[in-house]
Design a protein around this ligand. Sequence first.
Ligand code: E4P
Length: 226
Amino acid sequence: MQLVIDSANVESIKRLVEYFPIDGVTTNPSIVVKENKPFLPLMKEIRDVIGEEKELFVQVISTSAEDIVEEAKVITESIGGNIIIKVPVTFEGIKAIKRLKKVSIRTLATTVYTPMNAYLAAKAGAEYVAPYVNRIDNLTGDGVKVVAEITKIFTQHNLSCKVLAASFKNTQQIQNVCLAGAHGITAAPELIEAFVNHPSIEANVEQFKQDWISQYGEESILTTIK
Ligand code: E4P
C-alpha cells in the first residue's frame, strides 16, 4: 500500500522522507500556491528531496484535451524522474488520459467523486484514480464506501488501475480506506505524522526508561555490553 505526502512544502516533505517509508508526493494547484514560489523550481526542489525514483504527481491547469496533453509533455520533460500527471475527470480530461496513455505518459485521474468517474478513467488508461474522501463526506456522501466500491469494480473487472485515496481530514478516514482496499493514500504531512501520535506510546517509552535507570542508572545498553 502506497504512502504518499499531499503537500508541496519542501521542509515537511524533507522531514517525512527522513523518518517514514514514503513512496511519493502529490501536489495540486491549491497546494502549490500555498508555497508562494515559482512553479518549476519548486517542483525541482521537491524532486531533489525525494530523488528520481519516488513518484511525483503534478496536476495540469489546462482544460482542453489538446492543451492538457501539451502541458503533460512539458511537465514530464522539465521536471524529470518518475512523474505522474494528475488530470481531472472532465470530458476533456478523459480524452487527454486516453491520448497520454498512447504516448506512454502516466496519469492519475483526480477529482473522483463516484465509482463511475473512476471506471471511465481506468478504462481510458489512467494508472491511478484519486477519490476525494473528505470532499465526498462533506457532500453528505460516504467517501470510504466510494473507495470500497471502486476497488471492488477494479478487482472484479481486472482493471489494473490503482486507487490512491485522497482528501482526508482525519486518520480515522485514512484507516477506513486502508480497510476498504485502497492501494494507497495521499495525506497532508500533519495527518501522516499523526499515525504515530498516541499518548500511550510516549508514556510507555518513559516507563521503560525509568525501569532501566532504576537498575542501570544512565548507562546505555552499549556501555553495559562492552
Ligand atoms: C490529492 O491528490 C488531492 O488534490 C487532495 O488530496 C485534495 O485534498 P483536500 O480535499 O484536502 O483539498
